[in-house]
Design a protein around this ligand. Sequence first.
Ligand code: AHR
Length: 524
Amino acid sequence: MLRLSAVFVVAAALSGVAMGADSDSMRLSINAGDPGATIDRHIFGQFAEHLGRGIYEGVWVGPDSKIPNTRGIRNDVVAALKAIKVPNVRWPGGCFADEYHWRNGIGPMDKRPATLNPNWGGVIEPNTFGTHEYMDFLSQIGAEAYLSINVGSGTPAEAADWLEYLTTAQPTALAKQRAANGHPEPYKVDLLGIGNESWGCGGSMTPDYYVSQLKIYARYARNYNASHPMRRIAVGPDTSETSYTEAVMAAWKSKTWAWDIEGISLHYYTVVKWPPAFKATGFGETEYATMLNSTRRMEELLQAHIGIMDKYDPQKKVFLSVDEWGAWMAATPGSPQGFLEQQNSQRDAIIAALNLNTFARHADRVRVANIAQMINVLQAMIFTDQEKMLLTPTYHVFRMYVPFQGATYLPYTLSGRTYKHGEFEMPGVDVLAARDAKGKVWLALVNLDPGRTASIDLGAASINQGGAKLSRARGETLIAPKIDSVNTFAAPGTVSPKPFDARPSGGALVLKLAPASVTVVALE
Ligand code: AHR
C-alpha cells in the first residue's frame, strides 16, 4: 500500500506534462499521499416507498404466492439486492410516510385494515407489508433500517410508541406486543428521518414551525437499543431553497441538552422542469446532454448547503443525507397514474455514476444518500413483471461501485477535453478514485461524451517509478449500443457490464473508455 502511495504522489507531481500520443488523451494523476475522507457505505442507500409496484409485487408477494419467496418476500429480489450490498433502505416514504400509521401494519394479516394511499394513485394500501415485514426484508438483504416517522399527520406519541415497540428490551406492553407478533428481541434502527419534505407533502410547514416540531420529535422518538445508536435526520432543503438548511442548522447550533440531531436531508432530482416530461427512452443527444447537465447541478447544491452547514458546524458533526436523488422522467405510457414507472437507460447509468462520484467528493459531509427508488419506481435498480425480474443499467452501476463502499477518497487531477453539446459544456470524463481497506486503488471513470472514446493516460512515471509497478487496470465497463439503450424482459442483457483489462504499452498505461460509458477498475 505504501509503495503504491509513493508511486501516485510522483504521478501527481507530474500532472500537466505533455499529453499522450492520442490527441484525445487525458492525463489522470492520483494523489494517494493525501487521502480524503472515508466514503460512507450509506451513500449507496436505497429508498422504497409504498408507491405503485415498489413494495407490493416489487418486494412483497405474500407467503402464498407462486413467486418463490421467504415469508412473503421475493427471493430473486433479495438475491439481486444482496449482490449490491445495500447498506440501508429508507421506508415507508416519501410522502407516504407522513400519512402512515404504523399500528395498521402489525399483527395478524387478516386483522390489518385496508387504508388509502392518496399520494400515489389513490389505491388501497393493504398494510400487509408493515414493520415486521420491513425488518425481515432488511435482515434478508443484510441492510440497516432507515425509518421515516410521520410528523405530518401523526403525533409525537405515535412516533415514540413506534420506537419503543421496535427498540426496547424491557418487558413493556409494547415490547410484549412485539414479541407476540414474532420478534422478542429488540430491533435496531440505524437511521430515523424526522418527517419527509415537511415544506411540501409533509405538512407545508414554515422552517420555524418545522424546527419546533423537530425538537419535540427528536426528544420523544427515543432509541432504547443501547447496543445500536440511532442517528436522527432532520428535514432539510428542497433543491436550492436554503431556508430549511439555515433554520435547522441555526437551531442545532443553539440546541440544549433536551434534543439533538445527527443529520439533515437534501432532496434533489435530475429533472429539467416539473412536471417531468423528458422521455425515458427514444431520446436524442440534446435530451441526453440536458439531463446530464441537470445532474451536474448536484455539485452546486452540495456546495451551497454544505457552505451553510459549515457556518454553523465547521467540525462537520452533522452529516448531509441526500435521501432522495435520481432521474425523474415522464411516466411509461400506459402505466397506472401515480405509479411513477419509467424505463432505465444507459443515460441513467451515467446519471447514477455522476451522482455517486459527486457524493464521494464530499465524503466528509455527505454520509447518507438514497436513490429514488429501489424497485419499479423512478430510477429503479430492478423491474419486476409478476414472476419475472430484470436488472437495470442503474443496478449495474451500483454493483460495479461496491468496492467504493467504505473506501478512502483519493484526490486527483485530470487534464483534457470537455464534452460540448449545444449550450452545454462539461468535463469529458468524471472520475472517482479511492483506496479500499486492503490498500487496493480503485477508479470509476465516466465518459460523458456519446461521440468519442476517451483515452485516460495514467502516465509512464506512475508505472516505472519506485519499486511498485503499475502493471494492469482490471475491472468492468458498462457500455451500450446507444445512449437510450435499455434492458427489457425480452432482451435483459442489452446494457450489461463487460470485462475491462488494460496493460501498459510503450511504457504508458492508457485506459480506453467507450463513448457514454461507466468503467470501474482496480489498479494492480
Ligand atoms: O420519490 C417520490 C416522491 O418524491 C416522494 O414521496 C417525495 O418525498 C418526493 O417529492
